[in-house]
Design a protein around this ligand. Structure first.
Ligand SMILES: [Zn+2]
Length: 392
């Protein structure tokens, strides 16, 4: 590969305003050398390429479960979260590993080709590790543990997570141990979690459904699930999903809360105060529509200076792992400007995963990849025809 000048109808550097007919110059390693606005055509040498679309840095997908790729279409839409969790737990890994690996490899390839540069990816097993090791996509792996829904003891869950993390490290993957959710982890494990090695970066499913918090009143479908599986919710003294985080996750962790569908003013203010700039919020709107049929309270969340990021979640609750589809859903639902959504899908995601020095924006010295977003309407409107493809 040699030095490459990519010019597009629009360039979104992300750290600055959109540039009309902008150019980004990369060296042979893909490192950004220069970003500039419209140049007189005479100064563009023969090597410059022009694209009719928006040039953006590679996307950062902050929440995925690559290993569930084989479950595409298995769980019907609209089950609600407790029904969804039950189906996934009951049908998880019931197909041969070769089939799982094929689905994982295909999903990884499509993510790369559509412009995804890095992924915050949840793993419960090592089935996806070899694909992640070989992939050009940068994976930050969250080894997820939860004892109640897996009928493990806290010690067994910790031992499993620690062993998987060691295996991930041996394969050269960046990996942390994380907790699944506020409703699926015992009091003991939630208390012991912070002392486990490899918990500097935390990614927890948070307030994805109303049932997450109804449980604390002994009500709702998670309470039913506890009854069905003969489990005891021994953590009700924490009072709420919010209480579990505040009580047990120290403020020196890089914290990524995932879904936040029912988070409002109270949660945002309490969490922002406690974790400051260390907290990020992953929104997975397509998955929310698939499972619960509704979107997070973006009208509230956007009133605060939060590090909002976007995730596709897995193919068990989405029809594609497409960052454009996630952006389109929020643009349509809330009228959020596309340049802002691109920031959530790139730089904010990079910050959430600790990758902002390398990825997320067109700034000299970074190696963020280059992605063309095509089929965009007036005022950057994302339409049914909008697609993204990797240029670099
Ligand atoms: Zn998830």
């Amino acid at each position: 590969m040699k030095r490459r000048e990519i010019k597009a109808r629009w360039v979104f550097p992300v750290t600055g305003e959109p540039l009309e007919n902008g150019t980004v110059v990369f060296n042979e390693k893909g490192t950004v050398l220069e970003v500039h606005a419209e140049t007189p055509s005479a100064s563009v040498d023969g090597d410059a390429e022009y694209h009719d679309g928006i040039l953006v840095p590679g996307f950062v997908n902050t929440h995925c479960h690559l290993e569930l790729s084989y479950m595409k279409g298995v769980v019907p839409k609209g089950t609600g979260l407790p029904g969804f969790v039950r189906r996934v737990m009951e049908e998880k890994f019931t197909v041969p590993e070769t089939e799982q690996r094929e689905a994982i490899a295909a999903a990884d390839r499509l993510m790369w080709e559509s412009g995804i540069q890095a992924v915050g990816d949840i793993s419960n097993t090592d089935v996806s590790f070899s694909v992640k090791r070989e992939s050009p996509v940068k994976y930050v792996t969250f080894i997820e543990i939860f004892d109640l829904f897996t009928h493990q003891t806290p010690a067994e869950a910790i031992a499993q997570g620690t062993a998987l993390r060691r295996e991930a490290h041996e394969m050269g993957l960046e990996a942390y141990v994380t907790l699944h959710a506020t409703y699926s982890v015992s009091d003991r494990l939630f208390r012991d979690y912070a002392a486990i090695p490899g918990t500097e970066s935390v990614s927890i499913h948070f307030m994805e459904s109303p049932d997450d918090d109804l449980l604390f009143a002994g009500d709702g479908k998670f309470a039913e699930l506890f009854h069905r599986w003969h489990l005891e919710a021994d953590f009700l003294a924490d009072g709420s999903s919010l209480g579990r985080i505040l009580n047990h996750i120290p403020d020196d962790r890089r914290l990524l809360l995932v879904h936040n569908s029912n988070a409002g003013k109270k949660e945002v203010e309490a969490l922002s105060q406690r974790y400051g700039s260390g907290i990020s919020w992953a929104l997975c709107p397509q998955s929310n529509l698939y499972i619960e049929g509704k979107l997070p309270h973006l009208d509230i969340l956007t009133q605060y200076p939060l590090n909002l990021t976007l995730g596709t979640d897995s193919l068990s609750s989405n029809t594609a792992l497409s960052m454009v589809a996630e952006m389109k859903t929020l643009a349509d639902g809330f009228g959020i400007p596309v340049p802002e959504l691109v920031r959530w899908a790139t730089l904010n995601g990079a910050k959430a995963l600790g990758l902002e020095r390398e990825l997320g924006s067109f700034e000299p010295g970074k190696r963020p990849g280059a992605v063309l977003v095509e089929g965009v309407g007036e005022d950057f409107k994302l339409t049914e025809r909008t697609v993204s493809r990797r240029l670099l």
